[in-house]
Design a protein around this ligand. Structure first.
Ligand SMILES: [Mn+2]
Length: 453
C-alpha cells in the first residue's frame, strides 16, 4: 500500500519535473519561494542546483511565512513559473490567482489541500497520498523528488539536510526519506557509518564539543562545560584536545562511558564525503542553515547550498557559534531558575532578545535533560511588546497519555483573540500580553481535561 502511495507521489513529482523542464527549455527565469528554516533553505538549494545544472536561471526569495501580502506581491510579478518549496499547500486559494504556472513542493498538512486546482498548478505533497509528511519526507525531500527525474542524485545529501532540520531522523529514516538515503548511498553522494555523535568534534576541544552536544542530550554534560570537564577527568581523558586527536584506546573508553549516559550517542552518522569539512556532516550542515534562518541571514544559508564555500561558511559559523553559546547560557539559566509550575503545565518566561529565539529549543532540551519535569508540558513565553509568543513542548510519553498541545494552544489562544496550533508534541501560539495569566490557566485546564479523558 505504502509502495503504491509512494509511487503516486513520485508520479506527481515527475509531472512537476516535466513542467519545470518545459519552462527551462523556453529559457524562463524560475521564480522560487521557500521557507526560512533549515528545511526550507535546503529545499530552495536543491531546486536552484537542479535548475543551474540545466543551465537555467532562477530568482529566489526566502520568507518566514507565506502571507497574503506576500502573494499580493507575487501577483504583480511577470514570471512564467513559480515554485513554492516547504510552503504553499496552505495557500492554494491565493496561489491560484498567480498568472504563471505553479509547482508546489510542500510537506505540510492543511485543511484546504483538497481545493480544486487548474492544470497550471502541480501540487506535490505527501499528505495528498496519505503519506506522513511529518516524518517520512521534508520540504527539501519533496523538492528533491521534483527534480529527481532530471538526474540529481548528487543532491540527495542536501535533501536529507532538510529532513534533519525538521527533526525527521528518529533512529533512522523512513518512507521517502529512506528512498532518498538509498539514492545518495548508491550514487556515492552520502556515506553512513556508525560513530559517536559528538557535535563540532573536529574543531572544538573535547569538553566544549561535549557540552555543545544536544542531539542526543547527555545528562550532566550538555550545556555544562564544568560537567563535561568533570566527566572527562573522572574517566581519565584529557579534556583540552580535540576528539579527533584522541588515541583509538581513548576513543574506546570515551565511547563506553558516553553510551552509559545515553546509548543514542553512538549510531549512524551521515556524511557527504565530497563536501568541505564544515559541511561534511549532514546534521552540522543543517545546524548551519538553521542558524542562518534564525538570524535572518537566509541569504547566507542559500549561498552555501548553491556553492559558496568561502565567505558564507565563515559568516554562518559565527552565527552557529553565537547560537550555541546562547543555548549553553539558556540551559544554565533553566537549571538555576527552573520553571513556574502550575497543576498540569509549567512555563518559562523571558523578555531578553537573545533568549527569545531559543525558547522552544530550550524547552525541548530542558525536558530531555530532565532539568524540567518531563511530566508537565512546557510553555515557553517570550514577550514582544504587547504580545506573547508561546512555544509549547512536551514528550512522547505525555502525548501517549492524551496531551495534544496543538489543540490546547489553538483553543486557548482563540479564547483571547490570539492564534495558535501545531502538532501534539510541539505547538505555538500568539496571545495578548495582558491575557498571559488567563491563557496559562486555560491551557492548564485543557491539558487537565486531555489527561482525564
Ligand atoms: Mn519543512
Amino acid at each position: 500500500m505504502i509502495q503504491k502511495q509512494q509511487h503516486s507521489l513520485l508520479n506527481k513529482a515527475e509531472e512537476a519535473c516535466e513542467l519545470l523542464g518545459r519552462h527551462l527549455d523556453q529559457d524562463h527565469v524560475v521564480r522560487i519561494i521557500s521557507h526560512n528554516d533549515a528545511d526550507g533553505i535546503s529545499a530552495a538549494g536543491v531546486m536552484c542546483n537542479a535548475v543551474a545544472k540545466q543551465q537555467g536561471k532562477f530568482h529566489v526569495t526566502i520568507i518566514p511565512r507565506l502571507k497574503d501580502e506576500n502573494i499580493a506581491k507575487f501577483l504583480k510579478e511577470k514570471y512564467k513559473l513559480f515554485i513554492f518549496c516547504d510552503m504553499g499547500s496552505g495557500n492554494l486559494r491565493g496561489i491560484k490567482r498567480l498568472k504563471g504556472d505553479v509547482i508546489i513542493a510542500d510537506h505540510h498538512q492543511t485543511i484546504d489541500s483538497k481545493e480544486e486546482l487548474s492544470n497550471s498548478i502541480v501540487h506535490v505533497n505527501p499528505h495528498l497520498y496519505e503519506l506522513d509528511g511529518t516524518k517520512d519526507v521534508s520540504g527539501s525531500g519533496v523538492s528533491y523528488l521534483t527534480v529527481r527525474p532530471m538526474g540529481c542524485k548528487n543532491l540527495a545529501g542536501l535533501a536529507l539536510v532538510g529532513a534533519f532540520g525538521d527533526m525527521q531522523y528518529k533512529n533512522g529514516f523512513t518512507g521517502v526519506n529512506k528512498m532518498i538515503q538509498d539514492d545518495g548511498v548508491d550514487s556515492g553522494n552520502i556515506e553512513i557509518r556508525e560513530d559517536l555523535k559528538i557535535a563540532y568534534r573536529s574543531n572544538e576541544p573535547l569538553y566544549k564539543a561535549l557540552s555543545y552536544t544536544i542531539n542526543p542530550v547527555l545528562k550532566g554534560i550538555s550545556g555544562d562545560e564544568e560537567g563535561a570537564v568533570t566527566f572527562l577527568e573522572k574517566i581519565g581523558i584529557s579534556y583540552g584536545i580535540k576528539f579527533t586527536e584522541l588515541s583509538n584506546e581513548e576513543k574506546d573508553i570515551l565511547k563506553a562511558e558516553l553510551v552509559k549516559i545515553n546509548p543514542k550517542i553512538f549510531g549512524d552518522v551521515f556524511t557527504i564525503p565530497s563536501e568541505v569539512p564544515e559541511l561534511t556532516n549532514l546534521e552540522e550542515y543543517s545546524n548551519i542553515l538553521d542558524a542562518c534562518g534564525k538570524n535572518k541571514k537566509q541569504g547566507i544559508g542559500l549561498s552555501i547550498c548553491i556553492g559558496d564555500r568561502k565567505d558564507s561558511i565563515q559568516e554562518a559559523q559565527k552565527l552557529v557559534k553565537s547560537y550555541r553559546e546562547d543555548l549553553v547560557h539558556g540551559i544554565q539559566w533553566i537549571k538555576k531558575e527552573g520553571s513556574v509550575i502550575q497543576d498540569n503545565i509549567q512555563y518559562i518566561y523571558t523578555e531578553e532578545k537573545r533568549k527569545k529565539r531559543i525558547m522552544g529549543t530550550l524547552s525541548s532540551i530542558g525536558l530531555d535533560l530532565e532539568i524540567l519535569d518531563p511530566g508537565k508540558p512546557v510553555l515557553a513565553m517570550s514577550r514582544m511588546d504587547n504580545i506573547i509568543k508561546v512555544s509549547g513542548r512536551t514528550t512522547t510519553e505525555m502525548t501517549e497519555m492524551g496531551v495534544n498541545l496543538g489543540y490546547a494552544l489553538e483553543n486557548a489562544s482563540k479564547s483571547f483573540n490570539g492564534s495558535g496550533g501545531g502538532h501534539n508534541i510541539a505547538a505555538g501560539a500568539v496571545v495578548p500580553y495582558r491575557e498571559m495569566d488567563n491563557f496559562l490557566n486555560l491551557v492548564d485546564e485543557i491539558v487537565r481535561t486531555q489527561l482525564n479523558s
